[in-house]
Design a protein around this ligand. Structure first.
Ligand SMILES: Cc1cc2nc3c(=O)[nH]c(=O)nc-3n(C[C@H](O)[C@H](O)[C@H](O)COP(=O)(O)OP(=O)(O)OC[C@H]3O[C@@H](n4cnc5c(N)ncnc54)[C@H](O)[C@@H]3O)c2cc1C
Length: 423
């Protein structure tokens, strides 16, 4: 009799957990081993910088599945277990405790690790980063009325932490190297919306500033900036981006270049090894280039896509990047891909000052990306506009009186994969 197949997933985050679920839902009857180095079962990270810091989300709500789900679905979830190497010739994963797990197919979904600042004092107590549940608990405990918090890095996570901290009564200073928060992602016009939002809620920005050192005896008490200014700090959160956890892939000799390089079926340079989520630098057929996307929706959808691929299905992972954030009373969704240099004109439909609008990044009249702020249920239309690849009339695009539907060229194919909506 044929031995049952063994599919191993390294990384018990959202992508890994959703891949396991898809394998079972697709009728895979072999063994599924899901290895995670954190103590908890798989959970979602967005609430870690939002509801959990604010105290408005239940801790139990972050988990991808109920505690009993893994046993019920015969998924061998091993938490607190680190995979240390891949022996591709023997088709085995080596674990920190010396054990080996054989695989017929392997999915790498190891996520990312926050970058740290290489400056004096970076190891002081109270200089924190945010990636895990325990990081979130640690930060939440510091967000008390009157506490002085310094956030280094005005990216999405830094700004979400700043928002939560202000709402909890902390005094917040955000230190950012660029001249505006989110400048690189949004460009100056839209970045200003987020700067104003935070200023209106009492955040102080130190823009165009660099951190020279963290100061304190044992615990941080101040942040020294490049211009000699010292900022009082009871706690510092460093949010200067993440690097993909590719050590295993590198050790295994897979092609790694800004993440694990995979094709549109999420297959790596070894056809038995796949990658999904934050680590996957996947070929995107629509953009005709590889994209590595560090977003929740990518983990949610690429994990299942990789699972289908492992089962032998013809997979083309072509979802558009999709991201959301919530800060104070601003809710936003961003769909598409418009890196600096990848667009020429930003078109706004709606009211920037009221923070109720859709912004479109366009290149030669084509919509590359769209961001809806406090405007809802438009993601599918934005996706259609992007996928059409056809120029639209920018004056009509800016006119809220014209339905977005009416702007989509008639011969646009409906989205094969559906929207990346968070609902
Ligand atoms: C605080 C925070 C807020 C966020 N908010 C948003 C948001 O609002 N919107 C949005 O779109 N995205 C958001 N994101 C991004 C989103 O959460 C990530 O893109 C998503 O978690 C990626 O999922 P993943 O499964 O690829 O990786 P992860 O969730 O990082 O899971 C990977 C797991 O693999 C484990 N692992 C790594 N190496 C090994 C090993 N060798 N052996 C065993 N286990 C290993 C890791 O410890 C981790 O548990 C946020 C992220 C953070 C940190």
């Amino acid at each position: 009799m044929k031995e049952p197949q063994v599919f191993v997933i390294v990384g018990a985050g959202l992508a890994g957990a959703k891949a396991a679920q898809t394998l079972r839902e697709s009728g895979f009857g072999g063994e599924i081993v899901l290895l995670g180095d954190e103590p908890e079962r798989p959970y979602e990270r967005p609430p870690l910088s939002k509801g959990l810091l604010l105290g408005t989300a239940e801790r139990e709500s972050v988990f991808v599945h109920e505690a009993g789900w893994y046993a019920e679905h015969d998924v061998d979830l091993r938490t607190g277990v680190t995979a240390t190497a891949i022996d591709r010739a023997a088709r085995q994963v080596e674990l920190a405790d010396g054990h080996r797990v054989g695989y017929d197919a392997l999915l790498l979904a190891t996520g990312a690790t926050p970058r740290r600042l290489d400056v004096p004092g970076a190891d002081l107590d109270g200089v924190l980063t945010l990636r895990t549940l325990s990081d979130s608990d640690r930060i939440a405990a510091q967000l008390v009325d009157g506490a002085h918090l310094v956030v280094v890095g005005a990216g999405w996570i830094g700004l979400e932490i700043a928002a939560a901290a202000r709402q909890r009564g902390a005094t917040v200073t955000v230190v950012e190297r660029s001249e505006l928060p989110l400048l690189r992602v949004l460009g100056p016009g839209l970045a200003r919306v987020f700067a104003d939002l935070h200023r209106d809620h009492g955040v102080t920005f130190r823009l165009g500033a660099t951190v020279q050192a963290f100061r304190g005896e044992g615990r941080v008490s101040a942040v020294l900036l490049g211009d000699g200014t010292e900022l009082r700090a009871d706690t510092v959160v460093v949010g200067v981006g993440v690097r993909p956890n590719v050590a295993l892939a590198e050790q295994a000799g897979l092609t790694v270049d800004n993440g694990v390089v995979v094709d549109q079926a999420l297959r790596s340079s070894d056809p038995r090894v796949y990658a999904a989520g934050d680590i996957a630098n996947a070929y995107h057929p629509l953009y005709g280039t590889h994209l590595r996307v560090e977003h929740w929706a990518t983990a949610l959808h690429s994990g299942p896509a990789a699972a289908r691929s492992m089962l032998g299905a013809e997979v083309v992972y072509d979802r558009l990047p999709y991201f959301f954030t919530d800060q104070y009373d601003l809710g936003m969704e961003y769909t598409g891909y418009a890196p600096p240099g990848g667009y020429d004109t930003v078109v706004v439909r709606g009211d920037l000052a009221k923070r109720e609008f859709i912004a479109f990044w366009t290149a030669r009249g084509r919509v590359m990306a769209g961001m809806n702020v406090n405007v809802w249920d438009v993601t599918p239309h934005i996706e259609d506009l992007i996928r059409s690849g056809k120029p639209v009339d920018l004056a009509r695009l800016a006119d809220p009186g014209i339905a977005l539907d009416d702007l989509v060229p008639v011969d646009t194919q409906p989205l094969a994969a559906g929207g990346g909506n968070r609902s």
